[in-house]
Design a protein around this ligand. Structure first.
Ligand SMILES: *[C@@H]1O[C@H](CO)[C@@H](O)[C@H](O)[C@H]1NC(C)=O
Ligand SMILES: *[C@@H]1O[C@H](CO)[C@@H](O)[C@H](O)[C@H]1NC(C)=O
Ligand SMILES: *[C@@H]1O[C@H](CO)[C@@H](O)[C@H](O)[C@H]1NC(C)=O
Ligand SMILES: *[C@@H]1O[C@H](CO)[C@@H](O)[C@H](O)[C@H]1NC(C)=O
Ligand SMILES: *[C@@H]1O[C@H](CO)[C@@H](O)[C@H](O)[C@H]1NC(C)=O
Ligand SMILES: *[C@@H]1O[C@H](CO)[C@@H](O)[C@H](O)[C@H]1NC(C)=O
Ligand SMILES: *[C@@H]1O[C@H](CO)[C@@H](O)[C@H](O)[C@H]1NC(C)=O
Ligand SMILES: *[C@@H]1O[C@H](CO)[C@@H](O)[C@H](O)[C@H]1NC(C)=O
Ligand SMILES: *[C@@H]1O[C@H](CO)[C@@H](O)[C@H](O)[C@H]1NC(C)=O
Length: 292
């Protein structure tokens, strides 16, 4: 149950010193308190009922999740280790431990694997889906905000991992090759943009559109571009299997960006694009790709 396992951020702030997963003690000071904003508390109880009607884009907005996360980001440097991903630090702070199997805050990474939402794996072991069960029927605004933060990390990681798995299927090869534009240089980004736009399932929250926007975040260096053999002067082409690898690598890079750079994450989840259940399944996406 979420609340029972949850060392609230309030409690974390109340600690004058706090020992990080790597053993570095840090001084923690309180920042702004979004949870005490009357515009937030006015929307208790509906959005603090974290049973089966959560999450929703409506509550993402009503809980002022963007403001809460921004406030968390502004105070996080004080509770995060210098080399720790913000997403890992966030999960550690809301769950009150460094990883799912850890029992205390400890620097022993051998016995306790840390939360990690950067893997393209569909396993939820290190990037867990926060549970909405009995214990979270009437959470405080702050606990609900923490729950939404953990939910959005899970949902974004899972959505990208779902696309990665679907695009890796052999039956998706035809759709991938069809997305290669013979007239322009093609990159993993241009192909993903085409494929996600064309074969996305049109979720109510526009999660696929948010993913396409995330793909627009500059990589920092030029992406390799591949032409088409039919175009004169463009001899380099990729096989379907090479494209699949390139798409997977690019999705992994996008995931790394979102989990490591707070602003990129916020850009994707703000507005509630990922505040929904069942955004897509591998089976449904694979079928959509197969029907090209
Ligand atoms: C954590 O690391 C510090 C410094 O490296 C060490 O002194 C301490 O014993 C470690 N604590 C645990 C619980 O392993
Ligand atoms: C934020 O405000 C709420 C409601 O007033 C209060 O219960 C909570 O302790 C405050 N948290 C912090 C970190 O000050
Ligand atoms: C609450 O919302 C109103 C209307 O949007 C706004 O004018 C006011 O500044 C908000 N109050 C706080 C504390 O954010
Ligand atoms: C929370 O939502 C569930 C599902 O809609 C509902 O059955 C339950 O009565 C609600 N609980 C509270 C405390 O509002
Ligand atoms: C997180 O997972 C990724 C992918 O599995 C891995 O490369 C990385 O080393 C992990 N990071 C930590 C801190 O465990
Ligand atoms: C909620 O608690 C009741 C009583 O403890 C139990 O019967 C029910 O199965 C629980 N529901 C969920 C969704 O955990
Ligand atoms: C997918 O295609 C590769 C290469 O053509 C082949 O070796 C592999 O057996 C196929 N996998 C499945 C599950 O059909
Ligand atoms: C988050 O914090 C980092 C520094 O820790 C800062 O560079 C960045 O601008 C912050 N992002 C937002 C959206 O506040
Ligand atoms: C998958 O497709 C089925 C049938 O169209 C639909 O009922 C189901 O909700 C879809 N699931 C997801 C996760 O998209």
């Amino acid at each position: 149950m979420f609340t029972t396992n949850l060392l609230s951020f309030t409690a974390l702030l109340a600690l004058s010193t706090h020992t990080l997963a790597n053993g570095i003690p840090v001084v923690v000071s309180p920042g702004l308190n979004v949870s005490s904003n009357p515009n937030v508390t006015a929307h208790i109880p509906s959005c603090t009922n974290l049973t089966n009607n959560a999450p929703s884009p409506y509550c993402y907005t009503k809980l002022q999740e963007t403001a809460y996360l921004t406030n968390w980001n502004l105070t996080s440097p004080e509770i995060c280790a210098p080399d720790e991903l913000w997403s890992t630090c966030f999960l550690r702070s809301v769950y009150g431990k460094p990883g799912p199997k850890c029992t205390t805050l400890t620097n022993d990474t051998k016995t306790c694997e840390q939360y990690n939402c950067t893997s393209l794996s569909l396993s939820t072991a290190l990037c867990p889906e926060p549970k909405a069960a009995n214990g979270t029927k009437d959470a405080t605004a702050q606990a609900a905000e923490e729950w939404y933060g953990a939910w959005n990390l899970y949902a974004l990681q899972h959505h990208i991992a779902t696309w990665s798995a679907a695009l890796s299927a052999n039956t998706s090869v035809k759709a991938i090759l069809a997305a290669v534009n013979p007239r322009v240089p093609n990159t993993a980004t241009t192909l993903l943009t085409t494929l996600v736009s064309k074969h996305g399932l049109g979720t109510a929250t526009n999660a696929d559109a948010a993913l396409v926007k995330l793909l627009e975040v500059p990589t920092g260096r030029p992406e390799p571009a591949y032409g088409n053999a039919r175009v004169r002067g463009e001899s380099s082409t990729l096989t379907a299997a090479q494209w699949q690898l390139a798409l997977r690598m690019r999705l992994g890079q996008v995931l790394d960006l979102a989990m490591g750079r707070f602003g990129d994450f916020l850009g994707a989840v703000k507005g509630g694009a990922y505040s929904a259940r069942g955004l897509a399944s591998v089976g449904n996406l694979t079928r959509s790709l197969e029907d090209d």
